[in-house]
Design a protein around this ligand. Structure first.
Ligand SMILES: Cc1cc2nc3c(=O)[nH]c(=O)nc-3n(C[C@H](O)[C@H](O)[C@H](O)COP(=O)(O)OP(=O)(O)OC[C@H]3O[C@@H](n4cnc5c(N)ncnc54)[C@H](O)[C@@H]3O)c2cc1C
Length: 496
């Protein structure tokens, strides 16, 4: 008899686990609560323009690099079109006192740092050596080697590391700047998280051109080829368990679907409510429910008519001050504070000079607590006023950098952490799931296995946020389901 597997959630982690399990003979069904599949992979349309929800800059898609190998293995790679970002500067960090374009290449980044800070050669060389040794210790990232994480790296924050590395403040600022990609301030960020994410975009940085095939369509096609199915508008409201083994799931409309294996990929704080009383340890439940969240994101979607679109091959981060961490403290609700950081990103190509872009900033999700009881399309008037205010601040920042945007670009959508909450089910709308900060590494450490037999976890909170971290969590969960311990070998062999 074929094993039946249910995957809760159709984001990149869920679709990855579903493809792997279907390819290994499981009868696999993905259940997605939203009317359309994809979670944060989804693109949305406004006034004829497409925008990505959670895919702007994607690392390590070059030949032999980690994400590319996984997408090849999953059968997704041949179906998508990846466009390299500007290798001379995939991201420009604009501080009030200087601007630095970060090359998408280790050696070019190193050379560029040496050019700017020639006296800092020993610190710069040490940084790259430490990044190489740290990332080499993660087998699912390097697709090789044994897992090993030195105690020192596990216990060191990025800020403490940079403080020891160099007294040169502008250099420390540049090295810390990618922290926006994983949403943890430098003094709370475990060094290995920083190195893994930074290494991935330094290997190579890409946009996904979804004008012909969307990422979600490519994943779904690969799932169908493997024999799996995805059902939308199917919210799982409970797990069916017997003798502490999961036996199936219950949907919001009362339907019960039996399964030998269930993989949950939603936000971990949604899990306790799904589990029958007594099945999770009280300590585990409390640890998850009290874990800190990453930032919430708010932003504007822009339709931009121009012949000189600045964001097709480069992201731009606009800082109001000298701190790369001020965004983690900024207040945006009923506040006259400036926006500390605005992250701008665009689509790779436009037809007839028509482009789309987003400008994003962050805040604590709790700032939006006054509207947590409201739903999309039916919120109090003061929420809409706040959205207008935030949209204006973001647009002003964009026009400060590109004055021509004032006449060429128009806002076609505004979104807040509440938008992400309603769309992905993340309880407070946090963008990148649980915050894997240094002080809460233990609290946020989640295994792909749970105490409930045949219930497994994947998703951006399990290993690391981002497309690669989330995909790897789907691979790790599948590995745990299959119990062979040979999935990585299989992926590496397929590459050979
Ligand atoms: C604004 C933004 C920009 C980003 N930009 C980038 C980027 O440029 N590069 C990058 O690498 N990463 C980026 N990320 C991060 C990346 O998008 C995420 O880390 C990743 O997509 C998360 O995938 P996931 O599968 O864990 O979660 P999700 O995509 O959130 O999928 C989880 C799914 O589970 C469903 N679900 C939850 N509970 C239930 C239930 N009870 N029943 C049924 N379905 C359920 C949800 O509806 C959702 O569809 C960005 C994120 C955000 C928010």
């Amino acid at each position: 008899m074929r094993k039946t597997a249910i995957i809760i959630g159709s984001g990149i982690s869920g679709l990855t686990a579903a493809i792997v399990l279907a390819r290994h003979g499981c009868q696999t069904t993905v259940l997605e609560q939203s009317p359309s599949p994809g979670g944060l992979l989804t693109r949305f349309q406004q006034q004829g323009h497409y925008f990505s929800s959670g895919v702007h800059c994607v690392g390590s898609l070059g030949p032999g690099q980690a994400l590319r190998q996984y997408l090849e293995y999953l059968g997704v790679w041949p179906k998508i079109r990846a466009v390299p970002m500007d290798p001379a500067g995939y991201c420009e960090f604009c501080f009030p006192d200087f601007t630095f374009a970060m090359p998408a290449h280790h050696e070019r980044f190193r050379e560029s740092l040496l050019e700017h800070f020639p006296a800092q050669r020993p610190a710069i060389d040490q940084y790259f050596a430490d990044m190489a040794t740290t990332t080499a210790r993660f087998p699912l990232y390097k697709l090789s080697a044994d897992p090993y994480l030195s105690r020192e790296n596990a216990a060191l924050s990025l800020a403490a590391y940079l403080g020891r590395l160099t007294g040169c403040e502008p250099l420390r600022r540049i090295l810390a700047a990618p922290n926006l990609l994983y949403g943890i301030p430098a003094d709370e960020c475990p060094l290995f998280v920083h190195f893994l994410v930074t290494d991935s975009v330094l290997q190579s940085s890409w946009r996904i051109d979804e004008s012909e095939t969307s990422l979600v369509a490519a994943f779904l096609a690969a799932l169908h080829e493997a024999g799996g199915v995805c059902r939308c508008s199917c919210q799982v409201v409970g797990l069916e368990c017997q003798a502490n083994q999961v036996t199936g799931v219950r949907l919001a409309d009362g339907e019960i679907i039996t399964a030998d294996v269930v993989v949950f990929t939603g936000h971990p704080k949604l899990l306790p409510a799904l589990c029958p009383p007594g099945t999770l340890r009280p300590g585990y439940r409390q640890r998850i429910m009290e874990a800190e969240e990453t930032l919430g994101i708010f932003g504007i979607a822009l339709a931009w008519q121009t012949q000189n679109f600045p964001l097709a091959r480069q992201d731009v981060v606009l800082y109001a001050g000298a701190s790369t961490d001020a965004v983690y403290r900024q207040k945006v609700v009923y506040s006259n504070q400036r926006l500390e950081v605005v992250y701008c990103s665009g689509t790779p190509e436009g037809s007839g000079g028509s482009y789309s872009a987003v400008a994003l900033s962050g805040c604590a999700c709790e700032e939006f607590a006054p509207w947590w009881n409201s739903r999309s399309g039916d919120r109090p008037a003061d929420y809409y006023r706040l959205k207008e205010d935030l949209a204006e601040k973001l647009f002003t920042a964009v026009c400060g950098r590109w004055p021509e945007a004032g006449s060429e670009a128009r806002i076609v959508d505004v979104f807040t952490p509440l938008t992400f909450r309603d769309y992905t089910g993340s309880p407070t709308g946090s963008a990148l799931g649980l915050k894997k900060s240094l002080k809460s590494l233990l609290e946020t450490r989640l295994s792909t296995r749970t105490r409930i037999g045949n219930l497994f976890l994947a998703g951006q909170s399990v290993i690391a946020p981002g497309l690669l971290g989330s995909l790897i969590s789907g691979i790790a969960a599948s590995e745990a389901v299959l119990g062979t311990g040979e999935l990585t070998t299989e992926i590496v062999k397929e590459r050979a």
